[in-house]
Design a binder for this molecule. Sequence first.
Ligand code: F0G
Length: 426
Amino acid sequence: MSRAYLSCIDPACGQSHPLALKMPKCGACGSLLDVAYEFDRVAPADLRRLWRDRLSTSHAADRSGVWRFRELLSFLPSTISPVTLGEGATPLVEAPRAGRWAGEVRLSAKHLGANPTGSFKDLGMTACISAALSVRAQVVACASTGNTSSSMAAYAARAGLPAVMFVPHQGISAAKLVQAAEFGARVIEVRGTFDDAFCLLEAVAAERSLHVVNSINPFRIEGQKTAVVELLEQRGWRAPDFLVLPGGNLGNVSAMGKGLRELAALGLLDRPPRLAVIQAAGAAPFYRGWDSGRAIEPVAHPETEASAIRIGRPANWPKARRELEWTRGLVESVTDGEIAEAKAALAADGIGCEPASAATVAGVRKLRQRGRIPPASEVVIILTGHQLKDPDYILRHQAGPEDKSHVIIDADPDAARRALDTLLAG
Ligand code: F0G
């Protein structure tokens, strides 16, 4: 069994902490924490075979696309069974039309919207809620733009834990709000931004013994990193040239980078893909700060129609910077108009996703135009959320009275014939 512990990410501190630490940050200096491992030495071929063989069992942990790779997540005590809803095992699909649109790249999409609650958050939440049980957390809580809260609500329900979510008032899609409501989460709508909601949660969490499950919780990152393991397995352990993600609070890019580093250390990966983070132009503090190499300047009033990434003060930026430096990464920003075009380009391939996810393809096109991604590169985009997470966005962009592909008729064959003539003309 490998040894696991918590480790401060600030090299000037570097303090180690036991896994059962109650707070999500370093007690010595307040920086973010990593779950660190001393892995047992196993031959790469043996690990690959072990993970593949688990696909044919009916054991719940083997069915999970997170816990199937449990050698990389050896932090749960043997007394705790993972809280799983069968997350992971998501498709990798080619997107040839979107690839042409983005500038002649060989594009495929890893669709994490195919998770139980419709977003990549489930990968992190199964790990985080399981870890919360191991420290006997009483109430779990998060601030959210809507996906973290839906996921927390589902996994907390499964674990029998009460959950509280702090969300920006009128700042998250109705679909995400109703998901959490059905799972019984308590909702606190904050008049303010996601960042205000997050600050508020941090201010009261300790005094009210709330166990914070945002991506500053290092166990979230552990679950999310498995997306890259599954992706590489699906690609026969051949890395693409670029792996492109939308960036909000920057937990997911931190997770991908950590997963890649660990795979490299275990001999499962020769050359990492270059990571690229795409932010929405009105909420792009990381994009703006990347070149300066200094602490980022928060954006007080983040603005974008892609509400999932409407974040002005990304909590994980030091981790994200570390992973981008290691992979010679890229950061780009795209306008809401570019996101809408990219979403349509993906739809032409039959691939739906939420607006934040489509920012990736818009970013690939921009990086192609700037010459940062060469033509014919192999590019994998991470689609983070399901198409139906934000139906209002689609209605606003697609289905107005001027929509020529949608008619309402009486139940009459002649009306049906006329409608078909109109709809299929040309
Ligand atoms: N895409 C979607 C669909 C998201 O919901 C999020 C984040 C991101 C991308 C950005 O990921 O924060 O790891 O950089 N949603 C969080 C939430 C903030 O509360 O649901 P990140």
